[in-house]
Design a protein around this ligand. Structure first.
Ligand SMILES: Nc1ncnc2c1ncn2[C@@H]1O[C@H](COP(=O)(O)OS(=O)(=O)O)[C@@H](OP(=O)(O)O)[C@H]1O
Ligand SMILES: Nc1ncnc2c1ncn2[C@@H]1O[C@H](COP(=O)(O)OP(=O)(O)O)[C@@H](O)[C@H]1O
Length: 436
């Protein structure tokens, strides 16, 4: 029994669901061995995945190879088997995945426990839907199928406590979906379950039609981030003088992310892979360096390194990492953890990682000094306009006239004037005042 543990709450289920544009649930298959649980669950998983929905199947045989390999088929072990699966399914469903479980789960009380676990709202805002699917088949029919030869072995006494032969199966009385698998085809079964899920509103992205796959809104072309090299815009990059940010840049120190992203970009440029092509790649807003800013950044760096080890660390290290780390100001992520920019769907631009990348999640700002910029010819980067993600963070607002992001043709860097809230972090507010 665990003691002295504290529940950490983060996003609410509704917020996560809105961000992922999908509602999670657990579809709990139950039935005799060879009733068709796995066959139907596999077909359903494929169907839902093809519809663009996140779906994952936990299967009896497979889970018993790993997570539950210590468990046998005694009533107690089956109970523990189902308890663990229920917990795992709940986690998957909580992540907004449509979770399919196919376990015999012969005891009504164990299935009830799984249901209650999903209904529990003690540490969250809403219950997770739990859909019990009874794959019903007379034992004689299952025995005729006997795809694994287990009934034969059970009849021969080679397998003890075999469900339906020498161990009980307690049929559900109020399953949400009841499939008579000896007279229902696999396709029909999939349609029945899909129809039920649809009726419950579990297949639709919020505010869209159920049948349409989850679509990610396309970022308007003119709002995409644009890169130019050597101060020259890419031919197909519509750069205007001003662009506004309607969200507050904030972040929990994703310096490494910024580093890897910018370094990736730079590598690409330097190796000629990206050339002058517009790089649709969400990067943090880059603020104009000034001498004043650089001095302030150096002072902060000095303070930090002195504080850390007592040794001054101003050795002229001008690596991009140290420059970003020294000069950048990363505001607190409300969750206290850095978020993976790949993990949040929404308005997005394609990234070199091949995964959708949400510009919202790059919530930081970095300052590059002249030397860094020169070294990398890393100029004129503009961040895209963006919409607020949801109600969980600060309310979005249109920046004022004096807070606009502007490109300065003379210096080929993006500058921003005015100041914004620093979310309680040490932020070089003077950084944002230059380059008017
Ligand atoms: N004694 C006994 N009784 C029932 N089933 C047995 C037994 N021994 C091994 N098997 C194989 O294990 C699979 C059932 O595992 P489950 O985890 O679904 O069982 S349970 O829910 O804990 O009852 C089951 O898979 P399915 O045929 O897919 O149901 C069998 O292949
Ligand atoms: N209508 C049906 N639905 C599901 N399975 C069917 C159906 N008709 C025949 N079968 C066969 O029955 C067997 C069911 O096995 P399986 O899906 O592993 O069942 P379980 O997971 O319940 O043990 C498979 O060989 C499958 O091809």
């Amino acid at each position: 029994m665990s003691t002295n543990i504290t529940w950490h709450s983060g996003l609410t289920r509704q917020e996560r669901s809105e961000l992922r544009k999908q509602k999670g649930c657990t579809v709990w298959f139950t039935g005799l061995s060879a009733s068709g649980k796995s066959t139907i669950a596999i077909a359903l998983e494929q169907h839902l995945l093809q519809k663009g929905l996140a779906c994952y199947r936990l299967d009896g045989d497979n889970v018993r190879f790993g997570l539950n390999k210590d468990l046998g088929f005694s009533p107690k072990d089956r109970e523990e088997n189902i308890r663990r699966i229920a917990e795992v399914a709940k986690l998957f469903a909580d992540s907004t995945t449509i979770t399919l479980t196919s376990f015999i789960s012969p005891y009504a009380s164990d299935r009830q426990l799984a249901r209650e676990l999903h209904a529990d709202t003690k540490n969250t805002d809403s219950p997770l839907p739990f859909i019990e699917v009874f794959v019903d088949i007379p034992v004689e029919e299952a025995e005729k199928r006997d795809p694994k030869g287990l009934y034969k072995k059970a009849r021969a006494g080679e397998i003890k406590e075999f469900t339906g032969i020498s161990a009980p199966y307690e049929a559900p009385e109020n399953a949400e979906v009841h499939i008579h698998s000896e007279k229902t085809s696999v396709e029909e079964a999939v349609v029945m379950i899909t129809k039920y899920l649809d009726e419950q509103g579990l297949l639709k992205e919020r505010g869209t039609k159920a049948e349409s796959p989850v679509e990610r809104p396309k970022q308007p072309r003119e709002l995409e981030p644009v890169i130019s090299v050597d101060g020259k815009e890419t031919p197909d990059s519509p750069i205007s003088d001003t662009s506004t940010l309607d969200h507050e840049p904030n972040s929990q120190g994703p310096a490494s992310e910024l580093r890897s992203r910018s370094d990736d970009l730079i590598d690409g440029m330097e190796s000629g892979r990206t050339g002058r092509a517009s790089y649709n790649y969400p990067l943090p807003p880059i603020f104009a360096p000034t001498e004043e800013n650089a001095t302030a950044a150096q002072a902060r760096k000095r303070k930090r390194s002195l504080g850390r080890d007592g040794n001054e660390d101003l050795d002229g290290d001008e690596s991009s990492q140290s420059q970003i780390a020294a000069a950048g100001s990363y505001n607190q992520n409300p969750y206290g953890a850095s978020r993976n920019p790949m993990s949040i769907p929404g308005p997005y631009v394609p990234s070199p990682y091949g995964a959708p990348c949400n510009p919202h999640s790059i919530r930081g700002e970095a300052v590059f000094n002249e030397k860094y910029l020169e070294k990398h010819r890393f100029l004129n980067t503009r961040f895209c306009n963006s919409r607020p993600i949801s109600g969980y963070n600060r309310p979005s607002r249109q920046l004022q006239e004096d807070e606009r992001v502007v490109t300065d043709p003379a210096r080929d860097v993006v500058a921003r004037t005015g100041t914004t809230d620093n979310f309680g972090y040490d932020r070089p507010s003077d950084l944002t005042r230059s380059m008017g």
